[in-house]
Design a binder for this molecule. Sequence first.
Ligand SMILES: [Zn+2]
Length: 443
Amino acid sequence: MEASGSVLIRGGVVVPMTAPGTFLEADVLVKDGFVCAIGHGLKEDGARLLDARNALVLPGFVQAHVHVVQSLARHRAEGLPLLRWLAERIWPYEAALSPQEVTAAARLGIAELLAGGTTAALDMGTTHDQDLVFEAAKGLGIRLSSGKCHMDIGEGVPPRLLEDRDASLAEAEALGSRWHGSCGNRLRYAIAPRFVLSCSSELLAGAVDLARRNGYLLHTHASENTDETRAVREITGMGNVAALAQAGLAGPDVVLAHCVHLDEAEVSLLARQGTGVAHCPGANLKLGSGIADLPRLLAAGVRVGLGADGPPCNNRLSIFHEMALAGTIHNLAHGVGAVAPWTVLEMATWRGAGLLGLDRVGRLEPGWKADVVVLSLSGWAMEPVADPATVIVYGGGVESVRHVIVDGRVVVSGGELATADGIVIRREARAAAAAVSRRLRWE
Ligand SMILES: [Zn+2]
């Protein structure tokens, strides 16, 4: 907890996410990093005042799968399915990144997340320079669980990304000892093998062992694309989620991104073992991967959150985009009303926080962490005001984000990033993206 002083969020409609349909006109008092009180006419001497009139006040949004380090490849990896997208664009890009470019990418991604109301995220880095991702998160103030990516096998992988297994795991252990629990537990380490096709069975076993010995989250991709699931079946003789479960990547401390192509046995495996799923509809549509059957997962009792995935496969890190998609695309297969807006909003708040293993994050209640977003109702699509979940999921956008608090600290104020100069972040990102594109001979 790094907060200093108190903040009074005054005059808004609070949507505490304690139960679907619950909202109330109230002030929110934040003190020492926690929500201290929610009620009418609150007063606090010396508190910083944030105006929430004509606005909704919610717990900060949580994304369960992003790659901030890929931000400089945004709009530069178009029109490719997953395996070609990785081999032809993303892996060469990640291999080419200098330390300064990792920093520029991470700062761009994190600034976008915060300015868009995402206060916590589960992130996957690249194989190198992971300290710089944490440095960026430390400075900008997001609540980030992240880890270096692990890869020791695979076709078409640039030499720089193809790691020695023991060195890769040792690096993760050192990173975890430096960063896990730092900044008042705002930063947490997550072990992140990229996906089955990038990892030997020995690497996966080592990753699981490392995570369980240290209490780190395990985070990987699974069953995103049919070419991928076919290749996994050829290697392991089983479905992707089943193969991961056999390797030990199953349980409440595991988050699998995508889970688009599953058989019935895998769905019940996820539910039975409590494994978390990051639903990433924006990226799945962009790469033509398919549509994860969210209603089926929810009905089976699978724990599901939302994620934008990487900027080059979305191309935005907007929780609003993912919420709108999660609230609409499943109507095609299941009929209208397939996923209720309150359920979508839960996935973007406390359900997502649960996937990340975050304590008292994702709701607004006294004693819970002060991760708060104030959403202005002045956007045209927010009118006329109605049920808050409907307004946010179908009418909300990043432009409605007025103020953001993480761990008691105001990180966005009046729509502007408060922890760094946004103009500098953009300028450095443009220069870094141009430099890396030039080296890669991208047109
Ligand atoms: Zn991903």
